[in-house]
Every structure is written in structure tokens, then in C-alpha cells.
Design a protein around this ligand. Structure first.
Ligand code: PRX
Length: 660
């Protein structure tokens, strides 16, 4: 780690000219993976190479086949194998004599702490598994977990896994409506939620939101409520609602055997945004997903049992599933979990935690790094960050300036950075450098991981040359891939496979709906989504979902939502709205529109700007020119607009966005 007196300005100037970075010899010498031969080994021995991932787990029943591709693209992995995810994350470490080592170190926003050794976490999980069983949860029932970043969330996830009940975690920042949509889509009759939680010092009422959501859930629901806030908020329990602590107390010391699950049995569902208004229920399985989360944690995050590892994401998103809960716990490391925001009570909160816990590996999103940069280097400088060995980013492209800032001011020029491209659907990382091998290029995620067959193609499916922009595709399957969209095989085929596959030749190509380019070294730079999905602070939002919330507001006739560049968030939501006859584009309507979006989805989808316009720019055939709206939002040059049906409207809209 650099000393307190490093000359950052000079250093930044030097780094600006430097395009590639090598991991230090010290890092390489201790890395889990450091031999470049791994790329060839995987290629030559595919798909058996994936046994390496499966070998990181304990199986109740060995699998017969690594990959069953008899019904493409409904691939099956490690078929015939049986295992339990909670036993892999807990019991086996205890059985190996590591029960007294820390599994989770949790810190609340106000500085309160809770920690769990592997033995303690196992006890909590068994007790809550017994509670779920008592409430009538059976194998394959979907349990919805609408919880913020408190230890009961991973405990409930692992308790579900223990009894073979898939969980569906709904991000706590999502609205009541979003909760209800997801519970109905998953046919989920069981909910675990809490009274509230802290955000920037305020106690937020979460139970009220959950109750409101439950009003729109069809069927009877049993709800368990965790008491996070004590007496801070008054809440009462309605019919079929139970207090978490009371139920757990009744099961004190309960022992619940982990059920052996088929490798292909569902471990969880995770709803994510797509092109249409309906969220997609991404289905992940027990054997393939868990082995992939463990393998990538081992190979990319370099996680070892004696690390103190911190992924500063929210478990409500896939990053937290794979890299706060399943990957690190499967490897038996100590995973840090923090309830709050990075700037409360002060902007050095995260660095204080890194210092206090002696964090070795730190994984976050570019949006956070851009905020740290804006706040300035003095905040990290106040802390001893010398425990750090490796840094990571995920969720959106990282600009080279932010990369270099992270490298210098957080990593002290000694920690490699892994810029990891992946998706909810891929289950784990797909494109990134391996930190102990080869060079890093700021802004480029790196080559595909060993065994991952990613290519950049043109719209006809032909590979593009080095430097040319194209579409990212993945040819071969991999163990962590989604198996389908819940109850919707047709949409699964449509969304991910139709574009580039040739079903007649039985050739199947996965299309993640990202644009990308590749350089002559095979390093891939992600250019962003090519569908109607926008990426706000690393969170994926469907423009259609936001549009339908806006059009549902009284006084709105039509709306188009696009993503525009934003310094901190990466992209922000811009809404262009046509007002219904008899209404005015007033501040009051703007407020109602924003409230409508927050109610339908949550505050993360809040429009940055609502622009009222008499018309939307359309082509002569009547299609809304979204690209133009994006350029307006991003302040880009608009080029020639004369071929539009209504070119005049463009200047008017652009002037409003610029504020003149
Ligand atoms: O556009 C890509 C972007 O995030 C999308 C996936 O979003 P989600 O399913 O919510 O998962 C986020 C966490 C894995 C991708 O289609 N994305 C993710 N990681 C990167 C990225 N874009 C550029 N660079 C990355 N490292």
C-alpha cells in the first residue's frame, strides 16, 4: 500500500499514459491460479474441464455426466449428481474442524456488529430450516425473501437451500408492487421480511411496504417478520404473520438434515429486467450454479479460507448471491456484510471497515468508485488499507480514469483489479482477467475465462475484426448458466437463443444483449446493452417497466424512457412525456410521475429528468427514435435529424434537457 505522502497528481499523470498493468510477483506467487496453461487445458479438455469446478464441492452422490446436451439449449450439468448447497457452505467446514472460524462478519449502519462462526451459522440455519418446515414449506416450494442487508437474509437463503425450497430474493429497495409481481409470478406462498432497517440514520418502515405488497398477492401467504429495529418502529403482526425470534426460539437446538438435491434441481429464482414489462424469473440450479460460483470465487477473486473477503454489493442482486453468500461460503472464507451506505455517517465508512476487519479482497461497482473519486483521496488516506491484496469491479463498464483511481488510491498500486463482466443469467463471472495471470488493461474486462467461448459478431453472426464494435455472444454452455425462465421456456428461447442460433443445424449461441469490441490480444471491452435495458448504478432496469408506470399516471398520454450518460450513476433514467389533453406539464404532474415510478418499481428507477413534449421524435414510418432521445439525454451531437417526420420537436426537447 502506498504511504500517506504519495504524490497522487504526478502518479495519476504517469498512470494516464500507461495502458497495461501487471500483477506484482508477490501476488502471482500466492495466487490460486497463476499458470497460463489453464486456458489451453480448459479448451482441450472441454467440457470435462468443468470437473475442476465440481471438485470444489462435496457431493452426496457423484455425477455420471459433466454435460448433457441432448436437448439444446436446455443444457444439464453434472447429471446424476446429488448435493446440498447449505451442507457445502456450512456442514463440511464444521466437519473439517473449522467450525470456530468466522463465516460472516456483519456491521450495521450505526456500528452495531454481529458475527457468526461456521458452527454458529449452521445452528442458525438449522433452526430456521426447522421453522420453515413447521410452517409447511416443502421441497420445491418457492420462498420469497424481502429482506435488507441483515444476517437473517443469508441465514434464510441457506435454510431454504437446506430443505430444498428455492428462494426468490426481492431487493429490499423494490416497491410493494414489485414484490407482489414477483411473488405472484413465482407462485410463492411464503414470505420472510422484517420490520425495517436503517438508511442514512433513518429507520425505514419495511413491513408497511411488505404488507401493502401482500394485498396484491393471490393466494394465502405465511409471513415471518424479523425484528431488526426493536422498539424503533411500532408494528403489529396480522393473520398468518409470525415473529422470527419467537419461531426460532421454539426450535432452539433443532437439527435438520440437509436434503440431497439433484444437481439440476432449482436452487433459486432471481427476477431481473428484460425488454418487456414483465420481469424474468431466472432459474439457477444446485450443482451447476454452486460449482460455478465457487470456481470463479477461487480462480478470479482468489478467495482462500483464511481471507477476510468483502463484496460490498446487496444480496438482493445476483452479485450478492454469488459473491457474498454462495461462492465465499462454499470456499469456507470469512465474508463481510455491511448494512448501510458508503457515505454514512462519513464518506470514509468503507475504508474504516476495510481497516477494522483487515479486508484482503474488496469487490464493488464502478458507480461506487466514481463516487469515491468525487469525494477525493483524503477519505481512503485516513485509513490503513495495507491488508488489501485484490480489488474487483462488476456491473457496468469502468472508465479508465476510475480504474486508475481505484488502483492507486485504494490498491496502493499493489493490488490487481479484476473487471468482471457477467449477468444475472450467467450465474457467475464470464469475462475478466485472472488476477495472477497476464496484464490488465483499464477499461477492458479482459479475455473470456478459461472454458468460456465468447465471441464478438456482427448482426449476421460473423466474427468482427479487432477493434470493431459488434455483439457479444457465447458459443459453448457453462455450468453456472440459467436453465430457463421460470415457467416460460418459450421466452427463454426467444430472449437468449433465437438471435444467433441455427436450430436446424443444432447450433446454439447465447446472446447476452450486450455490445462489445475485442482487441488483437483477445481482450474484450463491453460497450453496454443493446436492448431496451438501462444500467443505473450497476442496476438493471427495463425501460418498458418504467414507461408502463409513467403511462399509468393520470394525465399522461404517452412516454418514452431512455438511458442517458451520468457522471456517477453511469446511466440515468430520462423520461419524455406527452401530456393528455386537458392536463398541463406542471411540476405537480412531474412529481406524480416520479412517485408513480417509485411505487411501481422503487427509488432506483426514479427519473433523473421528466421532459414534457408535445410529440416524440419519430421516423417517417412512425417508430420512436430512441437513439436520438438517448443522445439528447447524454448531451451528444445529434447529427442530421432532417429525415424525421417531425424534426422541429428535437430542438425543443434538447433545449429543455440542456435547461435553456
Ligand atoms: O450490460 C452488462 C452489465 O450488466 C449487465 C448485467 O446486469 P445484471 O444481470 O443486473 O448483473 C449485474 C452483475 C453481474 C450486463 O449485461 N455489466 C455487468 N458487468 C459488467 C457490465 N458491463 C461492463 N463491464 C462489466 N464488468
Amino acid at each position: 500500500m502506498s504511504g500517506d505522502d504519495d504524490p497522487p497528481v504526478e502518479l495519476e499523470a504517469r498512470l494516464a499514459d500507461q495502458e497495461t498493468f501487471e500483477p506484482s510477483a508477490e501476488f502471482v506467487s500466492q495466487a490460486n491460479v497463476s499458470d497460463p496453461a489453464i486456458y489451453d487445458e480448459f479448451e482441450q479438455n472441454w467440457p470435462e474441464c468443468w470437473e475442476r469446478a465440481a471438485d470444489l464441492l462435496s457431493w452426496d452422490q457423484e455425477y455420471d455426466t459433466v454435460l448433457d446436451d441432448g436437448n439444446k439449449p436446455f443444457y444439464e450439468w453434472f447429471t446424476g449428481g446429488e448435493l446440498n448447497a447449505s451442507a457445502n457452505c456450512l456442514d463440511r467446514h464444521v466437519e473439517e474442524g473449522r467450525g470456530d472460524e468466522l463465516a460472516i462478519q456483519w456491521e450495521g449502519e450505526l456500528g452495531d456488529t454481529r458475527e457468526f462462526t461456521y458452527s454458529e451459522l449452521l445452528r442458525e440455519v438449522e433452526e430456521f430450516a426447522a421453522v420453515l418446515g413447521d410452517l409447511g414449506v416443502r421441497e420445491d416450494d418457492v420462498v420469497t425473501l424481502y429482506l435488507p442487508m441483515i444476517p437473517e437474509l443469508p441465514i434464510a437463503m441457506l435454510a431454504c437451500a437446506r430443505i430444498g425450497a428455492p428462494h426468490s430474493v426481492v431487493f429490499a429497495g423494490f416497491s410493494a408492487d414489485a414484490l407482489a409481481t414477483r411473488m405472484n409470478a413465482a407462485d410463492s406462498d411464503h414470505l420472510v421480511t422484517c420490520d425495517g432497517y436503517y438508511r442514512r440514520g433513518d429507520a425505514l418502515d419495511h413491513k408497511e411496504k411488505a404488507d401493502e405488497g401482500l394485498e396484491s398477492v393471490t393466494g394465502d401467504t405465511t409471513t415471518v417478520v424479523v425484528d431488526r429495529l426493536g422498539d424503533e418502529l411500532d408494528h403489529s403482526l396480522g393473520e398468518d404473520q409470525y415473529d422470527y425470534d419467537d419461531l426460532v426460539a421454539e426450535q432452539e437446538g433443532a437439527s435438520v438434515d440437509p436434503v440431497s438435491r439433484d444437481a439440476e434441481d432449482m436452487l433459486f429464482l432471481m427476477y431481473t429486467s428484460g425488454t418487456t414489462g414483465e420481469p424474468k424469473g431466472v432459474k439457477h440450479t444446485t450443482g451447476g450454479y454452486l460449482s460455478y460460483a465457487a470456481w470463479t470465487s477461487h480462480a478470479v477473486l482468489d478467495v482462500e479460507p483464511d481471507d477476510t473477503y468483502w463484496c460490498a454489493a446487496d444480496i438482493g442482486w445476483i452479485t450478492g448471491h454469488s459473491y457474498i453468500v454462495y461462492g465465499p461460503l462454499a470456499l469456507g472464507t470469512t465474508s463481510v456484510m455491511y448494512e448501510g451506505t458508503p457515505d454514512y455517517p462519513e464518506k470514509d465508512r468503507l475504508w474504516e471497515l476495510v481497516e477494522d476487519y483487515g479486508v484482503d479482497i474488496f469487490y464493488t461497482a464502478p458507480t461506487a468508485i466514481r463516487a469515491f473519486m468525487k469525494w477525493g483521496q483524503d477519505y481512503p488516506k485516513e485509513h490503513d488499507l495495507s491488508s488489501l491484496r485484490l480489488l474487483g469491479t462488476v456491473g457496468e463498464p469502468i472508465n479508465p480514469r476510475a480504474w486508475k483511481w481505484y488502483y492507486t488510491h485504494i490498491g496502493g498500486e499493489e493490488c490487481p483489479i479484476v473487471d468482471t463482466w457477467w449477468q444475472t443469467e450467467t450465474g457467475g463471472m464470464m469475462i475478466t482477467t485472472l488476477p495472477g495471470i497476464g496484464e490488465m488493461k483499464p477499461g477492458s474486462a479482459g479475455p473470456p475465462l478459461p472454458g468460456i467461448d465468447a465471441r464478438i459478431v456482427d448482426s449476421g453472426g460473423e466474427e468482427v475484426g479487432a477493434g470493431d464494435a459488434g455483439y457479444l455472444t457465447v458459443d459453448n454452455p457453462w455450468p453456472g448458466m440459467l436453465r430457463t425462465l421460470y415457467n416460460n421456456d418459450e421466452r427463454f428461447l426467444e430472449e437468449y437463443w433465437r438471435e444467433y442460433s441455427d436450430p436446424d443445424a443444432d447450433e446454439w449461441v447465447y446472446f447476452p444483449e450486450d455490445g462489445a469490441k475485442i482487441d488483437s490480444d483477445g481482450y474484450i471491452t463491453i460497450l453496454g446493452r443493446v436492448d431496451d435495458v438501462i444500467n443505473v448504478s450497476g442496476h438493471r432496469l427495463g425501460t418498458m417497466e418504467i414507461e408502463s408506470a409513467i403511462v399509468g399516471t393520470e394525465g399522461v398520454a404517452e412516454a418514452a424512457v431512455v438511458g442517458g450518460d451520468h457522471d456517477l450513476k453511469g446511466e440515468a433514467v430520462y423520461a419524455y412525456v406527452i401530456v393528455e389533453d386537458g392536463y398541463e406539464g406542471s411540476d405537480e404532474l412531474r412529481e406524480r410521475i416520479i412517485e408513480g415510478v417509485e411505487e411501481a418499481i422503487g427509488p432506483i428507477a426514479r427519473p433523473e429528468e421528466v421532459v414534457f413534449t408535445p410529440e416524440l421524435p419519430k421516423t417517417r414510418s412512425g417508430k420512436i427514435m430512441r437513439r436520438l432521445l438517448e443522445d439528447i439525454a447524454s448531451g451528444n451531437d445529434l447529427g442530421d435529424t432532417s429525415t424525421l417526420r417531425n424534426p422541429d420537436v428535437v430542438d425543443d426537447i434538447a433545449a429543455q434537457v440542456r435547461g435553456d
